[in-house]
Ligand binder design. Structure first.
Ligand SMILES: Cc1cc2nc3c(=O)[nH]c(=O)nc-3n(C[C@H](O)[C@H](O)[C@H](O)COP(=O)(O)OP(=O)(O)OC[C@H]3O[C@@H](n4cnc5c(N)ncnc54)[C@H](O)[C@@H]3O)c2cc1C
Ligand code: FES
Length: 265
């Protein structure tokens, strides 16, 4: 698949070291939970979850980490970038179901895309967002009256992990509400593991976005294969069910870097 050129239209600061980039790019044709590969010639190609796509533009929310993201942060509106995708397995929902979206880090980006799409299908929703402190919360005000915040240091919202807040919310759902509730999760893997465990405890279906080091993005190179099923997460995932995630021996335990070495969580 050849990269198509996208033009950077808008840059919006969101939180500490987090910026939304909006690109002009017609007919990406993505679904919530999928990702694009962004290519900066001479630097690298990296996966980013799609935060919004209206057929004319798409957006991603990026945390500045190192080489690639530092280079992205230097771009100015009008800059061109290579794009391939969309790739990967998306989130799915049923009309009129109850969506509980649980996000940490840039995980709120694909979840916002999901919630906006599910609203069109008359789903009810609540959005739980966690971060170490309030300046790291992504989209804390995007869904007024439906958002519950959690910070590790208590600087905003619930004082503690977002997964503890999740358990509070889930434990008060009536039996009828539970029947139509699905948990959607994207964030640091230990948070995802805890959320999948809450889902299992309360008998709720869950869909988790699993992040592994991605090179090709379409199932050819084997870089993102997980233990011990050997499935490539770029095509089988990134979104898989919580039940499926909990069957992977490496989920919540370790991931692999670009050299294939195991990095424990
Ligand atoms: C399916 C998928 C979707 C993704 N979506 C997004 C997204 O929406 N927004 C986004 O910002 N990133 C996203 N990423 C991560 C992104 O692709 C890059 O890996 C990340 O931005 C780091 O790239 P870099 O070149 O800046 O740093 P690198 O040079 O790759 O990393 C430098 C060091 O930082 C560590 N590191 C890498 N990522 C993180 C991290 N998230 N937190 C802490 N340390 C880290 C690495 O282990 C490495 O040691 C996604 C990844 C996947 C697989
Ligand atoms: S990144 Fe190549 S198989 Fe998934």
């Amino acid at each position: 698949m050849k990269p198509r050129i996208a033009t950077l239209l808008n840059i919006k600061p969101e939180a500490d070291n987090v910026v939304s980039f909006m690109f002009r790019y017609s007919q990406l044709g993505s679904k919530p939970g999928q990702f694009v590969m962004l290519w900066l010639p001479g630097i690298d190609q990296k996966p980013f979850s799609i935060a919004a796509d209206n057929g004319k533009t798409f957006s991603v929310a990026v945390f500045k980490i190192k080489d690639f993201t530092e280079a992205l942060f230097k771009l100015k509106p009008g800059a061109n970038i290579g794009v391939t995708g969309p790739f990967g397995n998306p989130y799915t929902w049923k009309p009129r179901s109850h969506v509980i979206a649980v996000g940490g880090g840039y995980g709120s980006a694909p979840l916002a895309y999901l919630v906006n799409a599910a609203k069109v299908d008359h789903c009810t929703y609540e959005v739980l967002i966690g971060a170490r402190h309030k300046k790291l919360l992504l989209y804390p005000t995007r869904f007024p009256k439906h958002t519950y915040l959690a910070t590790d240091d208590g600087s905003a919202g619930y004082h503690g992990y977002v997964t503890a807040l999740l358990e509070q919310r889930v434990s008060v759902l009536s039996a009828a509400q539970r029947k139509k509730t699905v948990l959607y999760v994207c964030g640091p893997e230990l948070m995802e593991y805890a959320a999948a465990t809450v889902a299992k405890k309360y008998g709720l279906p869950s869909q988790i976005s699993i992040e592994r080091y991605i090179k090709c993005g379409f199932g050819i190179c084997g870089q993102c294969c997980v233990d011990d099923t050997g499935e490539p997460m770029c095509t089988v995932g990134p979104v898989i069910s919580g039940k499926h995630a909990l069957r992977l021996s490496e989920f919540g335990q370790y991931h692999r870097n670009k050299a294939g070495e195991m990095i424990e969580y």
